[in-house]
Design a protein around this ligand. Sequence first.
Ligand SMILES: [Zn+2]
Length: 197
Amino acid sequence: MLNRGVLVLNKSWIAINIASVRRALSLLYQGLAKVVHVEDNYKTYDFDSWRDMSEAASSEVVRTVHFQIRVPEVIVLTLYGGLPRREVVLSRKNIFERDHNTCQYCGKKHSREDLTIDHVVPRSRGGKNEWENLVLACYRCNARKQNRFPSEAGLKLIRMPQKPKWVPHIGIQLSQIKRVNWQKFVNTAYWETELKE
Ligand SMILES: [Zn+2]
């Protein structure tokens, strides 16, 4: 139980980490974090109030000699507002953001549903999943391009795709999101999923 994961939010309620229960309870005890009670309207509890409300809990508790405390699922840090430093993850969402929902061949803006991610150098010709080889394309341009180089299809990129320099806001990966109550904080999982090489 003590090694289970607890979702950690920074003080702006952005998911930044997953900590062990042991670590979460220690942060709570030191007053550096509060428990977020997701099922109870996201009410927050400090150590004493969480311990008091844990008295009635029958499951998912950690017992000490003097009291029992319910294992939190989510905690929010009271002071820390930073974000984890990470590389920009190669994900669908980040490609959409970099290309501003704009087809990189015809230059028109589209809604997300009308865009697809195109391999500039087709996979069948050795093109990889990398920033420099992935661009947004509308279905029309994509259908025209097929599995060819842009030049072969008479298409031209409006700009050369590059790795973006901005920092993403969520440092949690889909594989780490195991609980329903966590998804409320990381519900963009689909868009954040890392595209594997
Ligand atoms: Zn297009």
